[in-house]
Design a protein around this ligand. Structure first.
Ligand code: FMN
Length: 447
């Protein structure tokens, strides 16, 4: 939709990368985007879009804000909770760490491939689950699945997405894609069971249960624009196609009626860890729990049978003023012991990936940047975001003298001290006399 509006930046055809992305450095395929950009430069061509993800976001915002539809898309995509403090904290936390490089380290061949819960990936990067993206682009989820498959990266299908588990089975040939299925804790046990059964039949082997959406977040930007995709006939395809959901919708042809039922059923603030234990018994495959920020909840998730935890605060879209995910990571890694820990929230560069991996994340997930990419230009927008991120990460590793993620460790970082209590001590129990759910950060420089 927006591709015609990019002026002088639109100077070569991005589709020439499709399917032949490996580039000419076969030993280090993640560098392909850099090679591609440099070659364009030699021919006097500048990239279509900025390579830095902050600049890319600014371009997408400027482009989409030119009409009302685009402004509504932005109000949904960029709608953070409250005053946006959690989202800002996610980004800021990366500034507390600097890389300690090794030069002349012989890092000429780098192997970034890892496997998490039986899923191989070209690099420790995954696409976070995102719902409602057909509001931004009619075929958003298909483009995302294809771009992820072309780059060898796994993605997580949100039940709030515009395609069903069965659609994905049809659209992306089995074996080429690497996909996990997400469940929001629905208020209907029948619906939960039905979604699990459908995901299993459609070949999904890993289930992600989201635990940070007891309610939809308080998102002023989205509320002020009434830009909730599910009230506009978008997203929630897994629900809309499910007979248990259909039976609970007053008028399946009325988007507002569907949106109302989705809001009623997709979240449930009465859920407890006991419900996760019951759910675990119904899922035969691997289980990841997304939305963990503390050591205590890590232990709860493991007690319920989780095989992986994802440190996440929903990109700052749920609880405002909570911990940044990077701050939360060390305590979760410590509590998880051998269980893999993933992280999302604020990942915008190869440096961010390096820092999160060095602090113990097995892999990271990215959300908003690729959502903006698909809103701007479908497949090419998503590919642009991910390919740049991968190339930046590969450069960061090479320049730091690191050949593989397994060599990353906190000793690779110079970290400015933060409040140690967040990272090591158990959370105090909140009582009337002890407001234990508030943890104060100490000012910079004080320990
Ligand atoms: C537009 C949008 C929709 C999202 N939808 C979902 C969702 O359906 N399920 C979910 O678990 N997380 C959802 N998330 C959160 C992401 O999965 C992820 O946790 C977050 O985007 C990571 O932070 P980042 O955007 O800074 O990379 C959504 C995020 C965005 C931006």
């Amino acid at each position: 939709m927006a591709s015609e509006q990019n002026g002088p930046h639109r100077s070569w055809d991005p589709t020439d990368r499709r399917g032949s992305w490996a580039g000419d450095d076969q030993r280090n395929p993640l560098r392909a985007q850099h090679t591609h950009l440099m070659e364009g430069g030699r021919r006097g061509k500048v990239p279509f879009w900025p390579t830095g993800l902050d600049e890319f976001q600014a371009l997408v915002e400027a482009t989409l804000s030119q009409d009302e539809r685009g402004r509504n898309v932005l109000a949904y995509l960029c709608g953070t909770a409250g005053a946006g403090r959690t989202a800002a904290a996610n980004r800021r936390a990366f500034h507390d760490h600097a890389i300690i490089p090794d030069v002349l380290a012989g890092a000429d061949i780098r192997d970034h491939q890892i496997t998490v819960l039986g899923t191989p990936m070209a690099a420790p990067l995954m696409l976070a689950p995102i719902g409602g993206l057909d509001m931004a682009h009619p075929s958003a989820d298909v483009h995302i699945a294809e771009a992820a498959a072309d780059l060898g990266l796994p993605w997580i299908l949100s039940p709030a997405a515009s395609v069903t588990p069965e659609d994905i089975q049809q659209l992306v040939p089995q074996g080429r894609d690497r996909r996990w299925f997400e469940l929001l804790f629905s208020a209907s046990d029948q619906l939960n069971t039905s979604l699990l059964t459908r995901a299993e039949k459609a070949g999904f082997e890993v289930l992600v249960v989201n635990v940070d959406t007891a309610l939809p977040g308080w998102r002023p930007r989205t509320l002020d624009a009434a830009a909730w995709p599910f009230d506009r006939g978008c997203g929630a395809a897994a629900y809309r196609s499910d007979p248990h959901f259909q039976a609970l919708v007053e008028d399946p042809d009325d988007p507002a009626s569907v949106g109302r039922a989705f809001a009623r059923l997709s979240t449930d603030s009465s859920r407890t860890w006991h419900d996760l234990t019951l759910l675990r018994r119904r899922w035969p495959g691997r289980l990841a729990v997304k939305g963990i920020l503390t050591a205590r909840d890590t232990r709860n998730a493991l007690d319920c049978g989780a095989d992986c935890v994802i440190v996440s605060n929903h990109g700052g879209r749920q609880l405002d003023g909570t911990l940044s995910t990077l701050e939360a990571l060390p305590a979760v890694v410590h509590a998880a012991r051998d269980v893999p820990v993933l992280l999302d929230g604020g990942i915008r560069s190869g440096l961010d990936m390096f820092i999160a991996l060095a602090l113990g994340a097995k892999a990271v997930l990215v959300g908003l940047p690729y959502a903006l990419g698909v809103a701007l230009d479908g497949y090419d927008g998503v590919h642009h975001v991910l390919a740049n991120l991968l190339a930046d990460y590969d450069h960061t590793m090479a320049l730091a003298g690191v050949c593989s993620p397994s060599q990353l460790h906190p000793s690779r970082l110079h970290s400015r001290p933060r409040s140690p209590s967040l990272l090591t001590t158990p959370w105090p129990t909140a009582t009337r006399d002890n407001p234990g759910l508030i943890q104060s950060r100490q000012p910079r420089g004080e320990t």
